[in-house]
Ligand binder design. Sequence first.
Ligand code: CU
Length: 251
Amino acid sequence: MSPILHQAAVLFSLPWWLPANASLHGTTLDHHLLLNLWVILALLSLAHLLLLAGLLRRRTTEPKNLWRIEYLPLAALAILFTALTVKAESLWAGSRYTGADPAALQVEVTGVQFAWYFRYPGIDATFGTTKPQLVAPGEGNPIGIDPTDSHGSDDFVTSELVLPTNREVDLRLNAQDVIHGFSIPEMRLKQNAVPGQTIHVHFTPTTPGTYAILCTQLCGLGHYRMNASVRVLPTAEFAQWLAAKQKAAQP
Ligand SMILES: [Cu+2]
């Protein structure tokens, strides 16, 4: 087989759809994406049919009913695309602008060239303060937790995000240096982490498994290796993991 044919065969044998959804909100999102694609396919087909019909039917006079063949379809398209956009916007805003459930699991995510750190608030359920001047990855304090703040003494930081199934998670995204893009394709989640800002996103994992966390912003020379993983555990297993971590982090 020629190299080009081989490449084409590889390309078309790859899964063309998104990775399997593992989050609660992902189902509606996927449906909406599919609906958009079907609408576009239908309109593309219709446009080509009309083009063909126009070519076959020779015109001798100027069209009179301009509103019927031009303005009416234009208005219909505008309404259709506005409706699709409004729906998409509300789906997106649901994980951004409406607050998470107060009982949601709190995890802080910090992006830094070129790693992700995850902080859990410990038994007191309150994050301690952090200070940029205390950031010292070599000394085991990669996000600069202030040791004089009692809330921070039981916080623990991991390099792997571990979450339970069927419980809402409220992530607060931070970045230490440049803009990083926090993305978990299986959770249908993508949000920039911006220095100087704390951005909340919330979602509910539904399927246990290990999924890749990627950085989707070209953030520097090591961008290609800026990844981590999220491990979604059944509730009981997560409780065990959390208890062990909290015990180890006790001051
Ligand atoms: Cu990055």
